[in-house]
Design a protein around this ligand. Sequence first.
Ligand code: ATP
Length: 245
Amino acid sequence: MSEALLELRGFTVCYGPVEALHQVDLTVQQGEIVTVIGPNGAGKSTLLNATMGLLPSSGTLTLAGRTIARPSVETMVASRVGLVPEKRELFGEMSVEDNLLLGGFSRWRRGQRDQAERMQEVFGLFPRLQERRAQLAATLSGGERQMLAIGRALMARPQLLMLDEPSLGLAPLIVREVLHIVSSLRDLGVSVLLIEQNARAALQVADRAYVLEMGAVALSGDAGELMTDRRVIETYLGVGGQKAA
Ligand code: ATP
């Protein structure tokens, strides 16, 4: 097996006296797509936000063999970790192109002037963004906004991209399109940690999966195998899950 890209051990996050994540162990190998599924309030967003350094955590976080003692957004961005938050956080009054350029700003500041090349890479993945490069982000459709949010994160050339519910609020056909693109990120050398409510769609694109319940890992394993797990079918895939699996 290749070297682990992200390794969390005993990862714990508290909101005041309330423990939202309890001793989570999670690994993303180089080139892997890993999904975390689980019910509302299980701690999925908390896991991504704390990994990105947006929330304080305890336990250990290792990135490509290097332990990061106190993850902060600055350290994580410099370590080429990206997060597409659930709220997308685009600049609505700016064009598609300017939103993308902002995504590449941290590289530009470090003297890496490859933004034009990166943008072509993003347009290769999302031709629709190229057609709409001059359009204001606020006027994009939900699916296009999600594509722009992913594209903007890719401008920073992450080695690990964390996606918080990319399918939220999207029509089924668009969900499939977005997740298909997520699966193609591997070819760009990007590993993915994907949070999803849509367990079936997530398990279909992922290599491995974790089931998070009440802040702790309840199950983990090969995504294909979890799709045939009776408890996963009953709880997360619902009627028809067995057939699909
Ligand atoms: P969802 O799918 O509904 O987004 P989730 O699995 O992403 O859920 P989190 O948003 O990580 O879950 O929340 C985990 C727990 O932490 C919940 O009980 C939530 O109420 C609590 N929580 C989240 N943010 C805060 C906060 N800022 N202050 C206090 N508690 C919080």
